[in-house]
Design a protein around this ligand. Structure first.
Ligand code: HAM
Length: 416
């Protein structure tokens, strides 16, 4: 039996990498004052049909449940966030600054960087219309990537403004019903053959392709870059009006993060969705909103590819996975004494491991090394003394078992 296509098994090493990514995500989101929240993984299919746009609806994992409800595994978090905020906004002061880490499901064609499940960090700000919030979130996205040891030469955040295009359509007298489709076409233009894009754009092909080529101009985007420059982060972004984002609900500034080498799909993406909450609450509540999500799949591949980032990860993981103390039971008569100490040490918060059954001493020391133990405690012929071995230096010392705990607690090498 194998896992379904596009679904991953997480063996211990994979879990360590995943936890490393989650820990950095959480650390940097907290640095920016965001608080954590979570929603359900199953939602009414209707939520996405109404709000996410055609592309995501085609990719839904959906079914009818035993109560005849049409339900879908969540492909993204933003519609859930809008639903939850509409229901609870009175309980919170604005702006809300929320983040979430969770798993998402899209029935996509499996390819490099795209699976049928993935994890996302979502960071959103609700109730703030000022560009200051857009600047803050782009800065947060950059800082999250920097926290993995990624630098300006490794990634770039392409920023854009959907209003650039809606103004453009207005000036070219394009009826508003066509705007959504045109934005989708522009979004796909970098990934699709040029002829296909031109055909879909029709009479707008030349002016749209010209605007894409020249990069486009927007005072608001210049202001955004200035805001990032004040933080020393301007070199991490470029203005690129070719970014419009596939999801239907975006209204203003949008952005996507890519590796500079252009080898991978997007690492992260987001933008403003000022009308989504009003739409979901049938106009009862108007709250401007913006946010972004970063996936674990492309990010993991990028970390693996860049030695600096990979080493930083491996160092943290080794530290995280190592134990403090390995108990070597050299004489089986001492097992009961050793177990009593193990319980006390674990109660004190130390990570402690030992052989479950009678094992050769050499193999026990090997296990101590493999597990990254900082010290080994040997229970054997020396009883009532216990031998302490510093695993890094090889230094050994005998301590009376009565004074063992006090002795260990005084050792700075064991305090984390
Ligand atoms: P999205 O661009 O659809 O945006 O997804 C965000 C990120 O999730 C992508 O850049 C990518 O790294 C990752 N991702 C998406 N689909 C897959 C997949 N099939 N396999 C692996 N990784 C994937 C959103 O989801 C918006 N809701 C983001 C947002 C939050 N906008 C406002 N707030």
């Amino acid at each position: 039996m194998q896992a379904l296509p596009g679904f991953r098994d997480f063996l211990p090493d994979d879990c360590s990498e995943r936890n490393y990514i989650f820990a950095r995500w959480r650390e940097i989101a907290r640095r920016y004052g965001l608080v954590e929240w979570e929603g359900p993984v199953l939602e009414p299919t209707e939520l996405y049909k109404k709000k996410s746009g055609a592309e995501i609806v085609e990719q839904l994992f959906n079914f009818t449940d035993k109560g005849e409800r049409e339900v879908a595994l969540r492909p993204e978090l933003t519609p859930t966030l809008a639903r939850v905020v509409s229901a609870h906004e009175r309980e919170f002061k604005k702006p809300l600054k929320w983040f979430s880490i969770g798993q998402f499901f899209r029935y996509e064609k499996q390819q490099r960087g795209r699976l049928r499940e993935h994890f996302q960090l979502n960071c959103d700000v609700i109730g703030e219309a000022d560009l200051a919030a857009d600047i803050e979130l782009v800065a947060l996205c950059i800082d999250v990537l920097r926290a993995f040891g990624l630098e300006q030469k490794d990634f770039v955040v392409r920023i854009s403004d959907r209003e650039f295009w809606t103004d453009f359509f207005g000036n070219n007298n394009v009826p508003a019903e066509r705007w959504g489709d045109l934005l989708q076409t522009i979004d796909k233009s970098a990934r699709e053959p040029r002829e296909k894009t031109m055909e879909k754009l029709g009479e707008l092909a030349d002016p749209v392709l010209d605007a894409l080529k020249s990069g486009g101009k927007s005072a608001r985007l210049d202001q955004l870059v200035d805001g990032l420059r004040a933080r020393g982060l301007a070199d991490f972004v470029t203005i690129d009006v070719g970014i419009v984002r596939g999801l239907a609900y975006y209204t203003g500034i949008v952005f996507e993060a890519f590796d500079r080498a252009g080898k991978f799909r997007a690492i992260a993406g987001g933008g403003r969705y000022d009308n989504l909450i009003a739409q979901l609450s049938d106009g009862a509540l108007m709250l401007p909103a913006l946010g972004f999500a970063m996936g674990d799949v492309v990010l993991g591949e990028l970390i693996g590819e860049i030695p600096r980032a990979r080493q930083a990860m491996q160092k943290r993981i080794a530290n995280e996975r190592s134990i403090d103390i390995y108990i070597v039971i050299a004489k089986e008569e001492r097992r009961a004494d050793a177990i009593a100490r193990i319980q006390q040490l674990r109660d004190l918060g130390y990570r402690v491991d030992y052989p479950l059954t009678s094992t050769k001493v050499a193999r026990q020391f090997q296990a101590a090394e493999d597990l990254g133990a900082r010290i080994a405690l040997l229970f054997g012929d020396e009883w009532p003394q216990v031998k302490i071995k510093n695993m890094a230096t090889g230094e050994q010392q005998l301590v009376l078992h009565d004074g063992l705990l006090a002795h260990l607690q005084a050792q700075t090498s064991l305090s984390s």
